[in-house]
Ligand binder design. Structure first.
Ligand code: NDP
Length: 258
């Protein structure tokens, strides 16, 4: 698997915490001697720099890490993203569209317009705009193009729950977009894949309960949620299959989740 990462450039959105951060480490660990380039993006640039430094400490030479501040919900930032990358960093091979958030849990009639906009602009429009920004790089490669797009969806996109209507709708949108794009790109070597986590314990888990850690902890009491590393391993797995193998759609549950 490590050989398949040789010389590649991997771009991860939302790499400052949780699943994105773990995915950055997992790619770095998988290919430590393979001349890998990692572009890590998120809004919190200082946190990204810390992640980059930690990866450097852990894996040393062989992996170069570039932290770049990027708000995926701002189309202007996304559309100038590739053009603003330093020379030598634009030949991206893998895009992990991971940035995503939930703004509180509320019944549909009570959800604020602002929260609806933030969730859709980040989870859906942000992911689509990032894909449109990177796809031309993939398409320039021979035989119709090559590259991997790995979208982080959610069980919420398949099984909507009361109180999560908007978040669930954003993840259902990710699912439709991913599947349609995969079909549009059939017969190229551009793979479009989705990884859908079940319950993962991250900063996200607390945000879901408006920062009420006690409430979040109560949901996880007595259960053994997935860790971000569990998802990261799957992301790296799908990215390191043979070129003709498309792991189109993966759902990962913790063993307790029905
Ligand atoms: P975290 O809150 O730990 O991480 C979310 C990441 O997204 C952060 O790095 C954050 O960085 C980034 N982010 C948020 N908004 C933006 C934005 N506008 N522009 C750029 N980056 C942004 O949560 P998770 O790791 O759990 O979430 C990662 C993905 O996994 C999300 O898409 C989420 O929906 C999905 N998921 C999570 C599950 C869970 O149970 N935790 C279950 C199923 C799916 P910053 O704040 O620095 O911008």
């Amino acid at each position: 698997a490590a050989k398949r990462l040789q010389g590649k450039t991997i771009l991860i959105t939302g790499a400052s915490s949780g699943i994105g951060r773990s995915t950055a480490f997992e790619f770095a660990r998988t290919a430590p001697k393979n001349n890998l380039k990692l572009i890590l993006t998120a809004r919190r640039i200082d946190t990204l720099k810390e992640v980059a430094a930690k990866i450097g400490e852990e894996v040393g030479d062989g992996v170069q890490v570039l932290p770049v501040q990027l708000d995926v919900s701002d189309p202007a930032q996304v559309k100038s993203f590739v053009g603003n990358l330093p020379e030598g960093w634009r030949d991206i091979n893998v895009l992990v569209n991971n940035a995503g958030l939930v703004k509180g849990m509320a019944k549909a009639p009570e959800i604020a317009d602002e929260d609806i906009a933030i969730m859709f602009n980040t989870n859906v429009t942000g992911l689509i705009n990032m894909t449109q920004e990177i796809l031309p790089i993939f398409k320039k490669r021979p035989d119709g193009g090559a590259g991997d797009i790995i979208n982080i969806g959610s069980i919420a996109g398949r099984e909507p729950y009361a109180g999560g209507s908007i978040y669930c709708a954003t993840k259902a949108a990710v699912r439709s977009f991913t599947d349609a794009l995969r079909k549009e790109l059939i017969a190229t070597r551009i793979r479009v894949m989705e990884v859908d986590p079940g319950q993962v314990e991250t900063e996200f888990s607390v945000v879901r309960f408006y920062g009420d850690k006690a409430k979040a902890d109560a949901v996880y009491a007595g259960v053994d949620p997935l860790t971000p590393d569990d998802i990261a391993e799957v992301v790296v797995f799908v990215a390191t299959r043979k070129e003709n193998v498309v792991v189109a759609d993966t759902l990962i549950y913790p063993s307790h989740q029905a």
